[in-house]
Design a protein. Structure first.
Length: 174
């Protein structure tokens, strides 16, 4: 394992402070993440809105796998582990939108909030563990600036039968 990669794996306040000195582009490379083009809005709205020093990102879904969007519910078609991966994938699309909006992820001052909607069976109870996929990604990418408030809700259905949708708010540097 390279020194770069092992630095990303460190935990605790000292490691998070060290991450603050590395560019977001370098952090993404160390994590093995290449941002894809941001997905387009699914209807008559925009991917993001900037007002004051806040960037609001519209609800995003997991990236397609082999050209197809995942469809189904947690607790039926998908496990919690798969849901975590879907939430992480959703976070990557959110980062692509933020990058498009700002031209540079280093302009993110803080991840303010994530709000997740999990398409799940009535018996499913692991919504927080699913959304951790997106939350963990934000901390890995932004370090201490990635720690955020959040909400997660179970839903009996989501558009296009997607397993998760996450909307987000970022504080930005002008």
């Amino acid at each position: 394992m390279s020194a770069e990669r092992s630095a990303v794996c460190l935990t605790g306040p000292i490691a998070l402070a060290m991450l603050d000195r590395v560019s977001i582009h370098d952090r993404l490379n160390a994590l093995g993440i290449t941002l894809p083009p941001a997905t387009n809005p699914a209807a008559n709205y925009t991917n993001y809105v900037v007002t004051g020093n806040l960037l609001y990102v519209a609800g995003k879904a997991p990236l397609p796998v082999d050209g197809k969007a995942p469809k189904g519910r947690l607790g039926r078609e998908f496990t919690t582990v798969q849901g975590y991966a879907f939430a992480r994938s959703t976070g990557i699309d959110i980062l692509s939108v933020v990058n498009d909006a700002l031209g540079n992820l280093d302009r993110v001052a803080r991840v303010v909030k994530l709000q997740g909607f999990v398409n799940a069976t009535p018996e499913f109870e692991e919504h927080p563990q699913v959304l951790n996929g997106c939350s963990d990604l934000m901390v890995e990418v932004f370090g201490p600036k990635g720690v955020h408030a959040r909400s997660v809700f179970g839903a009996t259905s989501l558009r296009a039968n997607l397993p998760i949708i996450v909307d987000s708010i970022f504080e930005i540097e002008r």
